[in-house]
Ligand binder design. Sequence first.
Ligand code: ZN
Length: 276
Amino acid sequence: MPKSPYTLRPIDDQTTAIEEKCLGFQCLCYLLTGESHALLIDTGFGLGDLAALARTLTDKPVWVANTHAHVDHIGCNHLFDGFFLSSAEEGVLRLHRNPEYLWQKFAVEIPLPLRLLLRPILDRLFSPKALGQKNYIDDGYVFDLGNRCIEVIATPGHSPGCLCFLDRERRFLFTGDSLCDWGVLLNLEYSMPVEVYGASLERLYELAGAYDSIYPGHHGFPVSRDRLEEYRSCVRGILDGTIPLKPYEKGAALRASRGQVLIALPGDYRRGGADA
Ligand SMILES: [Zn+2]
């Protein structure tokens, strides 16, 4: 029997982080339970049966909500009756269910011998699956799980319909790829201008009195509150030109760094405003 890609990392008695790890990928999903429903935030890359795992954790009906529609956040959506996401993710969802795009984007990075070995797994992961009911949610929507409410906060930037989820009572914020420990990619198809991401950070800053712990879509958790300030400072430095832009990875993009975080920008990024 193949080893499960999932590791459970309990946060409290009604909140579990589910870490998916395989082939160098790492994703974090979160199962939040209330008295009548559970909410699964993101479904990872799809390497295992997340629906079966969720059933071992709760007997309540599970709602699935995606922070955004990138392939490593929607991988097990098809195993549930339906899912919730922002309508602004429609284009991203279409792209990230397109096998040709996914092969080009991800598989070509893998060295050829390994790629051939992994071909059956990648074919399975990238093949479009029939999805259940798609429901659109936006800023201000509230999931009532029964004595536990989870509020949707729109944070466009990394992708146009990025959402965060706020549990005011427990003071948890789930951020997907909008606020991870190491950086944010604004250089992807459909990524929004850095000004838009900056406005989303300001929104999270205004809400900072409502949460203590930040749970991201990748890497370690909780994310230090210092990171939010570093991202804000990095955006300001990009916009006013005080932070130098350096080549990022293979030169197709640029990066700016501040503290421990980096922001990746499109390779043709030019500073906007009067002195552009
Ligand atoms: Zn993403």
